[in-house]
Design a protein around this ligand. Sequence first.
Ligand code: 0O2
Length: 229
Amino acid sequence: MKSERASEEALIREKLIASANNETLEYVKEKAEEVKRLMTYFRCAMMEIETKFKVLNEEFSLKYDRNPICSIKTRIKSMPSITEKLERKDLPFDIESIENYINDVAGIRIVCSFTEDVYRLADALLKQDDIMLIRKKDYIENPKKNGYRSLHLIVAVPIYLAHEKRLMKVEIQLRTLAMDFWASLEHQLRYKKDFEFSEKMQEELFHCAEQSAALDMRMDNLRKSIMND
Ligand code: 0O2
């Protein structure tokens, strides 16, 4: 963990030096501190959202006598992924670009039992008066061409620091267990180095996604008939 942080810091400095014109070492040091501070703010925003979902899970458990959330995973985008994304978007490595153009520095994934839970939780979160919806992509209603399904939200949430309040962006991915099963395995396969899916493999993956969507629907129907809601 410590050495991971040290290499992230080294990368921040390296990128700042590369993007600075004829700036002094002092300037680079100062900017590196600012980047580190920004990453801490993102971490705080992610914690705020995680707590909100934990609270909703408690409330829903009382109301429906079951847990709508199976698991919550949080992650801060690594510095190599941030720099790669900035380069892809042709943006300079600086605080403004990271804060304004990288929407998924803070990411949280909520894995739910049923599709209905995905929408109930998303609606309940978006109704909260300190949450601002920036973007919604419903890949459940409109799956991606390869079969990927999830509900993606980019929200802004306030974090309260000692002397200021800051609005920070968080990317939320909500999906069912079946959607997560497919996405996790597809991700593992896709990230095999030097490997491209053949057309036949893509078809097979798409077919698997359709089958897991059908399973979700059948389980949802069972839930409806058992729980009468
Ligand atoms: P990681 O490591 O998962 O975080 P934007 O943020 O708007 O610039 P984009 O592409 O419009 O980027 O975002 P989008 O479509 O909302 O989704 C991005 C994230 O969704 C990905 O993050 C994945 O986590 C997930 N995702 C999207 N499509 C797929 C897919 O086909 N398969 C799988 N397994 N996951 C997918 P990253 O950036 O890949 O990185």
